[in-house]
Ligand binder design. Sequence first.
Ligand SMILES: [Zn+2]
Length: 116
Amino acid sequence: MVVRLLTVKRIKRGDNVLVLLGKDQGKSGVVLRVLTKENRVLVEGVNKVKRHIGKKVTGSEGTILEIPKPIDISNVALICPNCKKPTRVSFKIAGKEKARVCKKCRKEITEKEIRK
Ligand SMILES: [Zn+2]
């Protein structure tokens, strides 16, 4: 059994990621949700699946919605906000803080503030 010591997520909500595998390979988008248990991420505009919504839901004619489905977290690479390149992440521990560091430019990856 593999025990994960570091609890800091490699990919977080609001990150810009590049899709490495699958039908949307090469696309990039913003992470909308991280599904930690499933090791999946929901990326804006990636892996869209057409869903037919019937009359019961819409009250009128049925409609087709495109819903993004989560993809495996190992299939995406974080795009570093500093050097704008897809990169791997390492962690830096300073006191109680764990920060993510870009392996390419060695700069800290700061989280974007998400406002509601
Ligand atoms: Zn970088």
